[in-house]
Design a protein around this ligand. Structure first.
Ligand code: PMP
Length: 414
C-alpha cells in the first residue's frame, strides 16, 4: 500500500510539470527574474512596505521618503473626514456585510454611494463592486459573448483584456489612440458581429496621456458601436472639478455607454463602479456573476469612497493643485532633459530610462536618496521603453518636485 503513490507517478507517464508548482511556467519566469536581479546585484524594487498612510510622503524602511508610487492623487486616503466615515461605518455596520447584496448584504451606504457616483456622471444609475479589476472582468465578461467584437486600445489595462477573454468575444486591438485604425477595423468588421464594444481609458497609466474622446464618440455613433471608458486614472484628475474626461471635454454623459472607474485611486477606498443607463446597471445588479455571487462592498470601504467623493466635490482646489503640480513636474522634467514620453502632465509622468536594468537601478538609487518611484519593466512595456513612473498627488510640494529634479539631473550628468 505504501508504494502505491510512487508507482502511480512512475507509471502514469504524466510529466511532472503538470502537477508541480515549482515547474509551473509562471513560477519559472519569477525565478528567472529573481536570479537575474541577484546576478546583477540589484535589490528587488517590488513589494516595498509602507509603514503609514501612503501619500506624497511615506515611511519606507523607517525613513520618510517623497512617494511617487501611490495613486492617492488627491491625498484623500488618510484624510480625517474619510477616516472618520470609515470608522463610523464599522461601528454601525461592522467590517463585513457577510453576504452578496442580493441576498442579505444590502446596506444604506451602498445606494448612497451609487447615487452619488451616478450624479457625478449625470447618468441614471451606478453599481459598485468589490474591486476595480473584477468590475471590468465581470462586466465585460457578462455583457458580451461569442458573436460580439470588442476593440480596445493597445495600452488597455489587463482587466479589460481578461473581461473580453471571459466573454469569449472576438478581440482586436488598435494602435494607441489611433482613430483611423479603429475606423478601418469598424468599416471592415462591423457587420460580421452583433454588438461591438470599443474600450478606451480616460488617462493611460503608462504614459499619462488621454484619448480624443469626442472623436471616439463620433465614430461609435456612426458605426452603431458601444463605447466604454475606464476612468481609473482620470476621475478626480481631469476636469475643473475632477469629474473626469467627461468634464474635461464637456461631453454629454449619455454619449458613453459604459462609464467605469475604480474607488482605489482618487477615491481613497477599494472597488470599482459602472455608471450609465438604468437598463445597463439593473442588468448587472441582477446577473453579473462577479456582483451576484460575491460579497457586497464592506461598510468602511463604501463609507470611505462616499466621503472621499464628498470631500472632492467640496474642495475642487485639490484637483487644480494636482493639475498644477503635475504640469510643474512635467515642465521641470523636460527642462532637465528627461524623456517623458507622451505625458500630458495629468497626475502621471513617465521617465523613460531605456533598459529594464537601468530602470531598476535608478529606482533603487533614488530610494537611497529619499525618493520612491516604481520601475515599469519589460514585458509591461517594450524592453527599450522601460521607465520610472511618477504618480503625482495634490500633496506633493513644489520643494518635493524641485528636490526630485535636482537628484534626477545629478543622475543624468553621471
Ligand atoms: N483599470 C485601470 C485602467 C487600472 O489602471 C486599474 C488598476 N491600476 C484597474 C482598472 C483596476 O483597478 P483596481 O486596482 O482598483 O482593482
Amino acid at each position: 500500500l505504501e508504494q502505491t503513490p510512487v508507482r502511480t507517478v512512475v507509471e502514469s507517464g504524466i510529466p511532472e510539470r503538470f502537477y508541480r508548482w515549482d515547474l509551473h511556467p509562471g513560477y519559472q519566469q519569477v525565478r528567472l527574474l529573481q536570479e537575474g536581479a541577484a546576478r546583477f546585484g540589484v535589490e528587488n524594487p517590488f513589494f516595498k512596505v509602507h509603514e503609514g498612510t501612503a501619500s506624497a510622503h511615506s515611511r519606507i524602511v523607517e525613513k520618510t521618503v517623497v512617494n511617487y508610487a501611490s495613486y492617492n492623487y488627491l491625498g484623500l486616503s488618510g484624510h480625517p473626514l474619510v477616516n472618520a466615515a470609515a470608522k463610523e461605518a464599522i461601528d454601525r455596520y461592522g467590517t463585513s456585510v457577510s453576504a452578496s447584496r442580493i441576498v442579505s448584504g444590502e446596506r444604506p451606504l451602498h445606494a448612497q454611494l451609487e447615487r452619488a457616483i451616478a450624479q457625478a456622471y449625470g447618468v441614471d444609475d451606478a453599481i459598485v463592486m468589490v474591486s476595480g479589476h473584477a468590475t471590468n472582468v465581470t462586466s465585460i465578461g457578462y455583457l458580451f459573448g461569442p458573436n460580439d467584437l470588442v476593440l480596445h486600445d493597445e495600452y488597455a489595462h489587463n482587466s479589460i483584456i481578461q473581461g473580453i477573454s471571459l466573454a469569449g468575444a472576438k478581440r482586436l486591438c488598435f494602435p494607441h489612440n489611433d482613430l483611423e485604425a479603429l475606423e478601418q477595423i469598424l468599416t471592415q468588421q462591423r457587420r460580421q458581429a452583433e454588438r461591438v464594444l470599443v474600450v478606451v481609458e480616460g488617462i493611460y497609466s503608462m504614459d499619462g496621456d488621454y484619448p480624443d474622446l469626442p472623436r471616439f464618440i463620433e465614430i461609435k455613433h456612426r458605426h452603431r458601436a458601444l463605447l466604454m471608458v475606464d476612468e481609473a486614472h482620470s476621475f478626480g484628475v481631469l476636469g475643473r472639478h475632477g469629474m473626469g474626461i467627461r468634464e474635461h471635454f464637456d461631453l454629454d454623459p449619455k454619449d458613453v455607454d459604459i462609464w467605469m472607474g475604480t474607488l482605489s485611486k482618487a477615491l481613497a477606498a477599494c472597488g470599482g463602479y459602472i455608471a450609465g443607463a438604468s437598463a445597463l446597471v439593473e442588468n448587472l445588479r441582477y446577473l453579473a456573476p462577479g456582483f451576484l455571487y460575491s460579497v457586497g462592498m464592506a461598510p468602511p470601504v463604501a463609507a470611505a469612497a462616499l466621503s472621499a467623493l464628498q470631500v472632492l466635490q467640496a474642495e475642487p482646489q485639490r484637483v487644480s493643485t494636482l493639475q498644477q503640480r503635475s504640469r510643474y513636474f512635467l515642465e521641470k522634467a523636460r527642462g532637465v532633459g528627461l524623456q517623458t514620453g507622451a505625458s500630458t502632465g495629468n497626475a502621471i509622468v513617465p521617465v523613460i530610462t531605456g533598459s529594464s536594468l537601468r530602470a531598476v537601478r535608478l529606482s533603487n538609487w533614488l530610494l537611497e536618496r529619499g525618493i520612491h518611484v516604481q520601475p515599469i519593466l519589460y514585458p509591461a512595456v517594450p524592453e527599450r521603453q522601460a521607465r520610472l513612473r511618477f504618480f503625482l498627488s495634490s500633496e506633493h510640494t513644489l520643494e518635493d518636485i524641485d528636490e526630485t529634479m535636482t537628484i534626477l539631473a545629478e543622475d543624468l550628468r553621471a
